[in-house]
Structures are given as C-alpha cells and as structure tokens.
Design a protein around this ligand. Structure first.
Ligand code: NAP
Ligand code: ZN
Length: 356
C-alpha cells in the first residue's frame, strides 16, 4: 500500500446493473504513473448525475460503475515527476480526471469540451492510456493525473467543499460565461444541489436572484440562501406576470420538461442555460425563439475556472448546505434526492467506508 509501483486494493460502493442499487464492492486503483497523485478520500458529494448514471437513465453506463465526482481528500503519495501537489496536501477532484490538454479547447482552459475524444469522466470514463474504466469517489482512495487535481483553499472545510466540485462549478461557469454581475436579473429553476449553489453564487456576484420552484415549502429557504424573490412555477398568473424580465434562467431541473415557460421569462437576448440533464426535449415552437431568446446548455467548467471558483468561494465564504451521511446510507439518500427531500446536498463521510 505504500510503494509507488504497487496497485492499491480499494473498498468502494457501486452499482452492477440498472436496478441493483449501490452496494459494497472491491476495486483496484492503478499503481502511480510518473504524473499521478494518490488521494485518500475523506468526503464525496452525491450529485443527481450519480443517480442518473447508476440507473443508466441516459444509456451508456458500463457496469460495474462506482459513482462520485465531488471528491475531497488528502494526498498520500505522488509519482516521481509530480510538482503541483505534495504528500499531506488537502485536494479535490471534480467530474473529469483527464483530457488531451493539447487541442484548442483544452488550450483555452475548456478541458471539459476536449476535442480529442472528450474529457475523461471521473467515473464511467475510459482511461486514455490503458483503456481501463474509471471509478469515482464512492471509494477509499483514487489515483489521478496531477493536472486534474485541484488545490483546496485552507478556509474551506472538507465536507462542505465537496459539492463545489460539481454543483458549484456547474452553476458558476454559466454565470461567468454570460457575465452575471450587479444589475443582472437571474432566475434559478429547481432548488436542489446545483440550484442552491446557483442562488448563492449569483447573489455573491451582485445579481438580483429569483428562485423558480415547484416547492412552496422552499420559499423561506430561498430568502435564507440569498435569493431576492421566489416564484412558484405552479402559479400560472405569477409566471405570466414575470414574462420578459430575466437576463438568465439557470435551469437545473433533472427530468424531461417543457422549457418554453422559462423562455417566456427572458427579456430580449436573455439566455436560458440548461444544466439539468434531461435528454430529448419536448418540441419547441420556433415562434418563442423569434422573441430573440437564447436557449443553450453548459457542462461543468474547466480546470482553471474550477480553481477560480474554489478561491472565490473561499474568499466570499460561500459554502453549500449539506447533510453528511455514512456510505452505507446511500440507498436512502438516493430515494430522498429523487423526492427532492434534501437541503441541499448529501456528502458521504468516507471514514464510514474505511471503518466497514
Ligand atoms: P437535485 O439536487 O436533485 O435538484 C434538482 C431540483 O430540481 C430539485 O430540488 C427540484 O427543485 C427540481 N425538480 C426535481 N424533480 C423535478 C420535476 N419532476 N419537475 C420539476 N422540477 C423538479 O439535482 P442536482 O444534483 O442539482 O442536479 C440537477 C441536474 O443537473 C441533474 O439532471 C444532473 O444530472 C445535472 N447535472 C448537470 C451537470 C452539467 O455539467 N451540466 C453537472 C451536474 C449535474 P424544486 O423542488 O425547487 O422544484
Ligand atoms: Zn455532478
């Protein structure tokens, strides 16, 4: 377990079939390559994408799958050419563990859109060098190329930092891309893991923020999280009254749904950014778009932007609202996430897996 050339037997939790649920399994982490870092995972957030992937909601899941891409831990060994990280450093990994780092997208710090085969996902990806499947953060440790390991600012507590690695950056990136700041009116659709970070981050950037939610019970929370207004999407009159008023709708809803009511909320040249992974959309009449509304999507964020987001959250003291659970409680956590019964992100304390 301590020499750099050995493989590392590792306890993990994963799914073996769409209906298997997530349960204990043993995996092997590769021995360190020159540019690899070995990380003992202390915390891993639970993203709705984990649930989609474990159940093969999008197709394309290769079993067994070990989910988890909101990873925080401590470096316990490094390859012999590693310069960015040292043993003992507190570090983090998000949704990608590799890309070509040479194409024009990677050169532009957009590794998530790597033109050479796409980014290598932290889980359900294929290692670019040896063709093995990647396994995610529901595990004791992980081995990762040093460039894809992020530095954790000292003031960010490990458990709270974990959700920043996906929920945080996926909300942060579109806010920056479309230059949200003082004077911007931003609406966040779906107040879950991504949505609550979208509210906090947009408010910290100086925007006026409105929560769009089906759940009247979240009205008070929205204000506590920093939103200036709450719009119940079931209230048709209120939705109509709000037409044409927003610069951006950040749509985090994780199921197939009609995006047209959210397009109506945009002013001319306003943009609806879909970050919820919803698969094929119901038809949209182009007449809606002729109002010069922009409909687009956004995937996580690049390495530099993710580091920038971590530093921004440290500086502004922006932390996710979390509920820490044991690895063994994953099934109940998935059920509650599906029922939108989590305020607002589960984080697994990986000591529970070590102790098992
Ligand atoms: P989450 O914590 O479950 O939150 C989703 C929220 O959407 C819920 O809290 C709920 O908010 C709303 N919602 C849920 N079911 C709904 C339904 N049937 N109809 C309308 N609204 C519903 O999920 P998450 O982790 O934030 O992830 C959200 C989506 O983003 C997932 O599809 C995930 O796969 C995707 N994702 C994308 C990226 C990317 O790079 N683009 C990265 C990470 C995740 P209310 O109760 O307020 O309505
Ligand atoms: Zn995610």
């Amino acid at each position: 377990m301590t020499t750099a050339t050995n493989e590392y037997p590792t306890k993990a939790y994963g799914a073996t079939a769409p209906d298997s649920g997530v349960g204990p399994m043993q995996i092997t982490r590769r021995g360190l390559r020159h540019d690899d870092v070995l990380i003992e995972i202390t915390h891993c957030g639970i993203c709705h994408s984990d649930l989609h992937s474990a159940r093969n909601d999008w197709g394309g899941t290769t079993y067994p799958i070990v989910p988890g891409h909101e990873i925080v831990g401590t470096v316990s060994a490094i390859g012999d050419s590693v310069t960015r990280h040292a043993v003992g450093d507190r570090v983090a990994i998000g949704c990608m563990v590799d890309s070509c780092l040479e194409c024009s997208h990677c050169e532009a710090d957009l590794e998530q859109y790597c033109k050479s085969g796409g980014m290598t996902g932290t889980y359900n990806g294929t290692d670019r060098r040896d063709g093995t499947q990647t396994f995610g953060g529901y595990s004791e440790r992980i081995v990762c190329r040093e460039e894809f390991v992020l530095r954790l600012p000292a003031s960010l507590p490990s458990a709270e930092a974990a959700p920043l690695l996906c929920a945080g950056i996926t909300s942060y990136s579109p806010l920056r891309t479309w230059k949200v700041g003082p004077g911007s009116k931003v609406a966040v659709a779906g107040l879950g893991g991504l949505g609550h970070m979208g509210v906090k981050l947009a408010a910290a950037m100086g925007a006026e923020v409105t929560v769009l939610s089906r759940s009247e019970s979240k009205r008070d929370d929205a204000a506590k999280l920093g939103a200036h207004a709450f719009l119940n999407t079931e209230d048709k009159a209120a939705m109509k009254a709000a037409r044409g008023t927003f610069d951006m709708v950040l749509n985090t809803i994780p199921v197939r749904h009609d995006v047209v009511p959210y397009l109506h909320l945009l002013r001319i040249d306003g943009v609806q950014v879909l970050v919820g992974l919803i698969g094929p959309m119901p038809e949209i009449h182009t007449g809606v778009l002729l109002g010069r509304k922009v409909l687009t999507g956004s995937g996580i964020g690049g390495l530099a932007e993710t580091q920038e987001m971590l530093d921004f959250c440290a500086e502004k003291n922006i932390l996710p609202e979390i509920e820490v659970i044991a690895m063994q409680d994953i099934a109940a956590a998935y059920d509650r996430m599906e029922a939108s019964d989590i305020k607002y992100r589960f984080v697994i304390d990986m000591e529970s897996l070590r102790a098992a």
